[in-house]
Design a protein around this ligand. Structure first.
Ligand code: SF4
Length: 272
């Protein structure tokens, strides 16, 4: 185990996760995200600093030895403390070809902490994945990629204007970085949120398929249906929910989209 006093802010550790990469995984949720996607179901992840939110009670994912206060979202933790939590489940990673996924929020917003955690995992022979929006400097991404086995990389909208409107940022850097990660030969799972009338339009899906068909290292495409489970959190935290009454996509539509991407000859899944 590496010795590191580098600290970062996370808001959850989810053990036995099976939707964030291969095998049984521990998913570490970093606090802070530069995007503001209308459909985000983790609004508590947006601000980078810990917050007090009445009644949020996010403790359940944490081991008892590492619990937050009931109303606290986000906790400072050192790499050594995090590695202690991660290594507890090593036997499950080994038996299932699993590992650790760093998610959020956006893990690339805390690059030094992330890098040291990744290096700690690699030193312990643990498979590493990053779940990212790709919105970071290319320099940071290249550095982080050295210790990352797998990228779970979101593509939301190909139109720059729509991306700006629905997420608050341009998609130019995100798409450029995806090409960079592909050039490095890293395995990539593309994750596409399927949000009715926003991301599920023919125009957007054709554009996404065209873009990723030129990449060499896509091993899987995950279609992530919009759902309303985050709705209550927006009310509870007093934050604006721009999705209104939008419903989850119909299962027939999801199957059609799955078929549409199957031409790319990689695994396509509905859900993570
Ligand atoms: S990138 Fe993910 S965490 Fe950030 S706002 Fe969008 S959905 Fe939420």
């Amino acid at each position: 185990m590496t010795a590191s006093s580098q600290k970062g802010i996370i808001f959850n550790i989810q053990r036995f996760a099976i939707h964030d990469g291969p095998g049984i995984r521990t998913t570490v949720f970093f606090k802070g995200c530069p995007l503001r996607c209308w459909w985000c179901h983790n609004p508590e992840s947006h601000k980078i600093l810990p917050e007090k939110i009445d009644g949020c009670n996010l403790r359940r994912g944490f081991d008892q030895s590492f619990s937050m206060d009931k109303d606290e979202v986000g906790k400072e933790i050192s790499v050594d403390e995090l590695m202690y939590e991660i290594i507890k489940d090593r036997v499950f990673y080994e038996e299932s070809n699993g590992g650790v996924t760093f998610s959020g929020g956006e893990p690339l917003m805390q690059p030094e902490f992330l890098k040291e955690a990744l290096v700690g995992c690699k030193a312990n022979g643990i498979h590493t994945a990053i779940d990212t929006s790709g919105f970071a400097s290319t320099e940071i991404l290249n550095d982080i990629a050295q210790s990352t086995d797998l990228f779970l990389y979101d593509i939301k909208l190909m139109s720059e204007d729509e991306h700006q409107n629905y997420t608050g940022v341009s998609n130019q850097r995100i798409l450029k970085n995806l090409i960079e990660v592909d050039k490095l030969g890293k395995k990539i799972i593309i994750r596409i949120p399927i949000v009715p009338e926003i991301t599920d339009t023919n125009e957007n899906l054709y554009a996404i398929r065209g873009f990723i068909s030129c990449l060499q290292n896509i091993i899987e495409i995950d279609l992530l249906p919009y759902h309303r489970i985050g709705e209550g959190k927006y009310k509870k935290y007093g934050r604006e929910n721009k999705m209104g009454e939008t419903k989850s996509p119909e299962s027939d539509n999801l199957e059609n989209i799955k078929k549409f991407f199957s031409d790319l000859k990689c695994k396509v899944k509905i859900g993570g």
